[in-house]
Design a binder for this molecule. Structure first.
Ligand SMILES: Nc1ncnc2c1ncn2[C@@H]1O[C@H](COP(=O)(O)OP(=O)(O)O)[C@@H](O)[C@H]1O
Ligand SMILES: [Mg+2]
Length: 252
């Protein structure tokens, strides 16, 4: 069972949007049984699927040890499941500071989860204990990068943390994909950023890029995936192509 964390400690780069839409495509276009885990206290992924009220059990209870992941799971549609987050996960960082082995809480909780083809983890915009838990529990990392001027600079810190996790808590972790988002080919800066990504990640960068598209924002506020909201859009096609490439590259 592959466990893929979508990462970038910069916020607003498209992580949550990517998890939601790739999750949907893998479940409904590629017949995979998908569990998405929302590890972000901002609960954007949970909200993306129209869940605005705090569920009784969330990843907060899982990290505190008072619920299992299975007890939190909501079935969104056939093949697509979500372990929701809640705002109290914010407290986890502080609350977990004194817990021995705190980096392994998610990994241990996932030991008891069976029957999915793939698990996708959405992470908060930080490299704190929640993100380190996600990295420690994962088989793969997929970096989500916005094609803007400073995109690559910010990745140095992410690399450093991935390196530490590989050394100390999860030696098998691999970076298996890089997804470029919010690309606008009319902007010179975006093209330069894309070239830099191609040079730095010749194998990892997915050939398809996600363009800037307001439909993604609208879909999220409607509590839907882009495939339900605007199936004929270019960006729906792009997310489908990346999901397909992911099936061949990571899930094969
Ligand atoms: N390709 C895109 N084009 C335009 N807006 C986007 C795109 N991808 C995401 N967005 C919007 O940008 C904002 C940040 O995206 P989000 O996925 O929440 O980023 P992150 O999870 O990295 O913080 C959201 O309002 C989202 O709807
Ligand atoms: Mg997010």
């Amino acid at each position: 069972m592959k466990i893929i964390t979508f990462a970038n400690h910069k916020g607003g780069v498209g992580k949550t949007t990517t998890v939601a839409n790739i999750g949907y495509a893998l479940a409904h276009h590629y017949k995979k049984k998908v569990l998405m885990i929302d590890m972000d206290p901002q609960t954007n992924l949970t909200a993306h699927f129209g869940i605005y009220e705090r569920p009784e059990r969330t990843m907060y209870e899982v990290l505190k040890g008072s619920a299992t992941i299975t007890e939190t799971i909501l079935r969104l549609s056939s093949n697509l499941y979500l372990a929701p987050s809640s705002l109290d996960v914010t407290n986890s960082d502080a609350e977990l500071q004194s817990v021995t082995g705190r980096e392994f809480l998610l990994s241990e909780a996932l030991d008891k989860v069976y029957g999915y083809d793939v698990i996708l983890i959405d992470t908060p915009p930080s490299l704190g204990v929640l993100t380190v838990n996600a990295f420690t529990a994962s088989t793969d990392i997929c970096i989500v990068v916005q094609t803007e001027f400073f995109a690559l600079q910010g990745l140095a810190k992410l690399y450093e943390i991935i390196g530490i996790v590989q050394k100390r808590t999860n030696p098998k972790l691999v970076i298996s994909g890089v997804i470029a988002t919010m690309f606008d080919k009319r902007k010179g800066m975006h093209c330069e950023a894309l070239q830099a990504l191609e040079t730095q990640f010749p194998k990892e960068l997915f050939a398809t890029h996600i363009t800037e598209a307001i439909a993604l924002v609208e879909a999220a506020s409607a509590g839907k995936s882009i495939f339900e909201y605007k199936p004929s859009s270019k960006v729906a096609e792009q997310y489908d192509e990346i999901a397909k490439a992911m099936v061949n590259r990571v899930l094969a």
